[in-house]
Design a protein around this ligand. Structure first.
Ligand code: GLU
Length: 506
């Protein structure tokens, strides 16, 4: 026994992420992938990527490609998979049908499975009867008792059939889930279940066992929605003499209204968050904390720090609530504090190049102007405004005054000028312009000084003068700090903007 334990503990840990390519990578599945990755890496093990594409109608190659791209974008790396190969391939289920067939034949031969020729009408009648009698439906087991001759005859007649697993009567199936603790099911809950459909295609609960066993998976970490599949899978492991892996079922993710996270809660795919200007590091960090929390309570964690700290025992056995505001905040932390300036500048530039069509309409021309500027200029602006944008998508909004020379007034700005009267606005801006022109140099630090002088000389409130200068320089009534703006655009552009404001006043 001691020897056996030793052998088990020295076995290389192998996990897998097994998405069905029927849509974009959902945040919940991304979290599953991340936990598998962190667990494998923390333990010096392997991660396998397997594409579960047995659903012919819903599986699409483009979704497989998108899932792989999004996983890579998040920073997840796998050791084996359809794109990188490996010793246990192929890694797409549709390419493994011959393998499955071999194991169906073994189960049939050994009597663990049987062919069921019941017609849809017969099954429907059974279902109706159960309903009338007020008991949950499960297959009656009628075809369990067919003689080999009867089976032979039906096959000769070409009668359609499914293959069912022969579930042992009355048994409890108990397993120790690494998150849920002891889990118990009784086989009466499900009855003889189908493992091959009448069109010959094998079903998920069957193929997943064959794959996990042949791919030598030691830990199956997946969403809680699969918990009730586990007892069926354990029966198949046992029938085929495969070693049963350890299971860990991750708690469900809820929206803030406490219902299951879905499209109703807004963006739920990794792709959408990419479009919305989120950083992969922030999303990875945030998703890692959905249901798991490090012992030391540190929240902003790099991938390496996550790997170092990840312990499956710290996963809570309670639903995790998806807090969008927190993700937004965390993305802001990465923008403000984590990325170095050149890295952040490049992310901004690449985002604007790649996802221009995802910007708000009014920001698209600003993005064009940004991309025409030299790198160093963009970098300087990024350094000035990195405190004020939380997603890459917001950058053009916050940085607009640094890039748009032709100032257009917002409705609020127009209102301000009307309120103080165009005459007063003209006085303020003319005097300010004169003073700037008289100066040899004009820097950010001079901005306020000169504005105060103007206020004093014209006997106006400084607040009103500042606001008017803001309107003249940016067209807006609120936004970036004007000394930062002046610092970046320089004396000449400042004068030009003031002049153009005056000429528009007429
Ligand atoms: N293909 C399944 C899904 O996407 C994964 C099942 C499993 O992890 O066992 O839900």
């Amino acid at each position: 026994m001691a020897e056996k334990n030793k052998a088990e503990s020295s076995k290389k840990i192998r996990t897998r992420f097994a998405p069905s390519p029927t849509g974009w990578l959902h945040l919940g599945n991304a979290r599953t992938a991340i936990f598998n990755y962190l667990f494998a890496r923390h333990n010096g093990g392997d991660l396998v990527l397997r594409i579960e594409d047995t659903d012919r109608e819903r599986s699409k190659k483009e979704f497989e490609e998108a899932i792989i791209e999004d996983l890579k974008w998040l920073g997840i790396e796998w050791d084996e998979g359809p794109d990188v190969g490996g010793p246990h391939g192929p890694y797409r289920q549709r390419e493994r049908f011959d393998i499955y067939k071999k194991y169906v034949d073994i189960l049939l031969k050994k009597g663990y499975a049987y062919r069921c020729f019941c017609t849809p009408e017969e099954l429907e009648a059974e279902r109706e009867k159960a309903k009338k009698e007020g008991r949950p439906y499960r297959y009656s087991g009628k075809c369990r008792h067919l003689t080999p001759e009867q089976v032979e005859e039906y096959l000769k007649e070409g009668k359609p059939y499914v293959v069912r697993f022969r579930v042992p009567d009355g048994r409890d199936i108990v397993f120790e889930d690494l998150i849920k603790g002891e889990v118990k099911f009784n086989v009466n809950d499900f009855g003889d279940f189908v493992i091959v459909r009448s069109d010959g295609s094998p079903v998920y609960n069957f193929v997943v066992v064959i794959d996990d066993a042949l791919m030598k998976i030691t830990h199956v970490i997946r969403g809680e929605d699969h918990l009730s599949n586990t007892p069926k899978q354990i029966l198949i492991y046992e029938a085929l003499g495969f070693e049963v892996p350890k299971f860990a079922h991750l708690p469900i993710i809820l929206g803030e209204d406490r219902s299951k996270l879905s499209k109703r809660h807004g963006a739920v795919s990794v792709r959408q968050y990419r479009f919305d200007g989120y950083l992969p590091e922030a999303l990875l960090n945030f998703l890692s904390l959905l249901g798991w929390y490090p012992k030391d309570g540190k929240e902003i964690l790099s991938k390496e720090e996550l790997i170092e700290r990840f312990d499956i025992e710290d996963i809570h056995n309670a639903p995790a609530v998806f807090n969008k505001e927190k993700l937004y905040w965390m993305n802001g932390v990465y923008i403000r504090e984590v990325l170095d300036l050149d890295d952040l500048t490049n992310r901004v530039i690449n985002y604007l190049k790649q996802y221009k069509e995802h910007l708000d309409k009014e920001d698209q021309p600003v993005a064009e102007l940004i991309l025409q500027k030299p790198y160093e200029y963009i970098k300087e602006v990024v350094s000035k405004v990195r405190d004020s944008f939380f997603t890459l998508k917001e950058f053009p909004k916050r940085a607009k005054p640094f890039f748009v020379d032709k100032v257009e007034l917002t409705p609020e700005a127009v209102k301000h000028i009307e309120k103080i009267t165009p005459e007063v606005a003209k006085q303020i801006v003319e005097l300010y312009l004169q003073k700037v022109k008289d100066m040899e140099t004009f820097k950010g630090e001079d901005f306020k000084k000169v504005a105060k002088q103007v206020a004093k000389e014209l006997k106006l409130k400084p607040g009103m003068v500042f606001k008017t200068l803001r309107v003249a320089l940016t067209g807006e009534t609120q936004g970036v700090s004007l000394d930062l703006l002046v610092d970046v655009i320089g004396k000449e552009a400042t004068e030009k903007r003031l002049e153009s404001f005056l000429s528009n006043l007429g």
